[in-house]
Design a protein around this ligand. Structure first.
Ligand code: PLP
Length: 398
């Protein structure tokens, strides 16, 4: 009789055959342009620490100081005495930063999305989602029991057509502000107008925009100057450009009070460690005041795109630190990523189901600590992958 393990093993074998078996590496250095992974040094273009704050001395020392004063664990949920003055101060700062009345901390971006959509939408409501939305938004739509309606990436004509036929009581349009695997920015002003026209609520998950877009790092909302009326539900995560951990939702007092009462992933979980909130206060003040980092990052993005264009690499329409190179098949992605890794450079090798079939890609992410020489090295190895010499024929000939 086949055991349960045998049954599981069959699915694992399938994954392996598809070249989609995921493996973890062990890192023994902080996140930075240079990292140590599985005991070897690498130049890395693979994390989301866009401003290089994950290991910034101000952030680290705020974390240490708060741990000394308050210990490590928050010990309880926010509603049952786990909510500390560190959390409270950070929420107030995030509200001011986003120009919203209130902000609410969640333990992760995944949980924030789950909490917001399942608290606001239910059976009989409609949740519209761009096809390329992050998995956490898709999962949240499913959990909410609302009717999920997915439209082609940035296809506002299709979205408008679907909205115009919709008689649901509540309608939500939910998008990534910056698409996590493509790097392009959602057309939020046009989406906001559509929402107003058809009585839908706009929700934006700006995990990759905060810290990066806008003069003060206020993300897509600042980039497009969208007020709370135009963009009522704004989600940000803290594990990317903020360099720490956690997430937040910003909006009206009524929205935030609704989430406190009804968002189960807010209510039934332990509050973030207070030291994480304290560290995030320090990183928020760097995001706002250290505009030099953001400028350097944008210069680096520009430098990479110029170099890649000169090499005729297939760039995507992205002004953000996410610069994917679509290669297509899983085999090509793995060969290209291995070639880079064997030469000391790490990039993400992203395959389905994270991206649609046939659009496997190298996900290159730039950060404020990369030098021009770092980018030159990356471009040199990418040029190998695409060059028509013998080596490349074998690299991309599949
Ligand atoms: C990373 C990410 C999340 C998840 O955030 P976590 O805090 O890591 O759980 C949600 N949405 C988008 C678009 C993301 O890129």
């Amino acid at each position: 009789m086949a055991s349960f393990d045998d049954e599981l093993k069959a699915a694992l074998d399938d994954r392996l055959k598809q070249q989609r078996y995921r493996q973890r590496t062990v890192s023994t250095s902080p996140q930075d342009a240079r990292v140590t992974v599985d005991g070897k040094p690498y130049l890395a273009f693979a994390n989301n620490d866009y401003l290089g704050l994950a290991n910034h001395p101000n952030v680290v020392s705020a974390f240490q100081q708060a741990a000394i004063e308050h210990g490590v664990g928050s010990g309880a949920s926010h509603l049952v005495y786990g909510h500390t003055h560190y959390h409270h101060t950070l929420e107030n700062s995030l509200a001011r930063f986003t120009g919203r009345e209130r902000a609410l901390l969640f333990s992760t971006g995944y949980m924030a999305n789950m909490g917001v959509i399942s608290a606001l939408a239910g059976r009989g409501d409609s949740v519209y989602q761009d096809r390329l939305n992050h998995a956490s938004l898709i999962d949240a739509g499913i959990v909410s029991r609302a009717t999920m309606k997915r439209y082609r990436h940035n296809d506002l004509k299709q979205l408008e057509y679907m909205l115009s036929k919709d008689t649901a009581k509540r309608k939500f349009v939910v998008v990534d502000g910056v698409f996590s695997m493509d790097g392009d920015i959602a057309p939020l002003p046009a989406l906001s107008l559509l929402c107003h026209r058809y009585g839908a609520q706009l929700m934006v998950d700006d995990a990759h925009g905060f810290g990066v877009l806008g003069d003060a790092g206020g993300g897509c909302a600042e980039h497009f100057q969208l007020s709370v009326n135009e963009l009522p539900i704004l989600v940000g995560t803290l594990g990317k450009a903020f360099g720490t951990f956690g997430a937040f939702v910003a909006g009206s007092t009524t929205l935030i009070e609704t989430l406190i009462q009804f968002a189960r992933p807010y209510i039934y979980t332990t509050a973030l460690p207070p030291a994480v909130a304290a560290a995030t206060c320090a990183s928020l003040s760097l995001v706002e005041s250290d505009t030099h980092r953001r400028k350097t990052l944008h210069r680096t993005i520009h430098y990479f795109r110029e170099g890649a264009t000169a090499l005729a690499l297939p760039l995507m329409e992205s002004q953000t630190p996410i610069q994917p190179i679509v290669l297509g098949s899983d085999t090509r992605v793995l060969r290209a990523a291995n070639h880079l890794r064997e030469n000391g450079v790490l990039v993400g090798a992203i395959r389905p189901p994270t991206v649609p079939e046939g659009t496997g890609r190298l996900r290159i992410t730039l950060n404020a600590n990369h030098s021009k020489a770092d980018v030159d090295r990356l471009l040199e190895l990418l040029a190998d992958v695409f060059s028509s010499g013998d080596k490349s024929t074998s690299l991309l000939s599949c």
